[in-house]
Write a protein of this length. Structure first.
Length: 304
C-alpha cells in the first residue's frame, strides 16, 4: 500500500479511537446513573444494608430526636434544658437497633426515591419532601410503652423533610433529562467510533492495542474521579451533618461504578496484551518473498 494512502487513514483512525476512549468512561458514568439511581428496587436494595451502619443509625437518631424535642419544647432554650431529652435520646438510639427500624429505613428510602422520581418525571412545582412519620410513629409507640410522660403528644403527621429545595428541582429535572439521553447515545457513539477507527486503520492490530490501552486509561480515570468526587462531596457538607453517614451512603451508591471502572481497566489491558502477543507470534515477512524478481535481458554470446 502506498505511504501516501496510509497517512490520512492512520490520522483518521487515531482521531476516532481517541474519541471512543474518551467517551467510554463518560458512557459508563451515565449508564450507571440512569440504570442504578433511577431504579427504585435496585436503589432500595442498595440502601437497605446501611440500616445496620452505626454512622447511619446515629444520624437518623439525631434527626428524629431533634424533631421530637423541638415538638415538646418549641423554644430552643427550653429544648436544651428539657429533662426528657436524655430519655428521648436513649429511646431513639435503642430503637435504631431494632428490626422495626430496618423496616422503617427501607420504607423511608423507598418513599424518598419515589418522590424524587415523581419530581423528575413531572413538572409539579414545589420541593421534594419525604415524611418521617414511620420512624416517628415507632418512637412514639416505644415511648408510650415505657410510660414516658407526654409521649402521646408527639405528632406523626407533620414530620416532612425537604430532600431537594424548590429552587433546585427545575435544574435537577433538566439535568436528569440530559443524562437520560446521554445514557443512550454515548455508549452507542463510543462503540461506533471504536469499530470505525479500527476498520479504517492501516494496521488493525496496532489500532486494537491502542484501543485497549485507551480503555484501560479511561477506567483508571473513572476510578480516580469517583474517589475525588467522594472527597469533594464530603468537604462541601455542613458541619452539622454526619460526614461518616454521608460517606457510607456515597460508598454504597458508587460501589457498582467503582466495579465498572476496574472492569474497564482489566478489559482494556487484556485486549491490549492479547493484541500485542498476537503480533509477536506472527512470522516476519521473508525478504526473498517480498522482493520482486529482477528482470534482466538474457545473456548473448558474441558471434565468431
Amino acid at each position: 500500500m502506498s505511504p501516501h494512502n496510509t497517512g490520512p487513514r492512520s490520522a483518521l483512525s487515531a482521531t476516532l479511537l481517541t474519541l471512543a476512549c474518551l467517551l467510554t468512561p463518560c458512557a459508563t458514568l451515565t449508564t450507571w446513573a440512569t440504570h442504578t439511581l433511577t431504579d427504585t428496587p435496585r436503589y432500595v436494595d442498595t440502601m437497605a444494608p446501611l440500616a445496620t451502619n452505626p454512622a447511619i443509625r446515629e444520624a437518623v437518631a439525631d434527626a428524629v430526636q431533634d424533631e421530637v424535642v423541638q415538638t415538646l419544647s418549641p423554644q430552643p432554650a427550653a429544648a436544651t434544658d428539657n429533662p426528657l431529652t436524655p430519655f428521648i435520646k436513649d429511646a431513639v438510639r435503642s430503637f435504631t437497633r431494632t428490626p422495626a427500624f430496618r423496616t422503617a429505613w427501607t420504607a423511608t428510602n423507598e418513599a424518598v426515591h419515589d418522590a424524587l422520581l415523581h419530581a423528575l418525571h413531572t413538572d409539579t412545582p414545589g420541593p421534594v419532601t419525604i415524611d418521617l412519620a414511620p420512624v416517628t410513629a415507632q418512637v412514639r409507640a416505644q415511648l408510650t410503652a415505657d410510660h414516658m410522660p407526654y409521649a402521646h403528644r408527639i405528632p406523626v403527621e407533620h414530620t416532612e423533610v425537604a430532600v431537594v429545595p424548590e429552587a433546585e428541582v427545575a435544574g435537577l429535572r433538566r439535568g436528569f433529562h440530559m443524562l437520560d439521553a446521554a445514557a443512550f447515545w454515548l455508549p452507542l457513539a463510543a462503540v461506533v467510533l471504536a469499530v470505525t477507527g479500527t476498520a479504517v486503520a492501516a494496521c488493525r492490530r496496532r489500532a486494537l492495542t491502542a484501543t485497549g490501552l485507551g480503555t484501560a486509561l479511561g477506567g483508571a480515570l473513572l476510578a480516580v474521579a469517583v474517589a475525588v468526587g467522594r472527597r469533594l462531596t464530603l468537604a462541601d457538607l455542613p458541619d452539622r451533618i454526619h460526614r461518616p453517614a454521608a460517606a457510607a451512603v456515597y460508598d454504597a451508591l458508587t460501589a457498582t461504578l467503582r466495579t465498572a471502572s476496574w472492569l474497564l481497566l482489566a478489559l482494556g489491558l487484556t485486549v491490549a496484551l492479547a493484541s500485542w502477543l498476537t503480533g509477536r507470534r506472527e512470522p516476519p515477512p521473508s525478504p526473498t518473498a517480498s522482493a520482486a524478481p529482477s528482470r534482466q535481458p538474457p545473456a548473448t554470446l558474441p558471434r565468431p
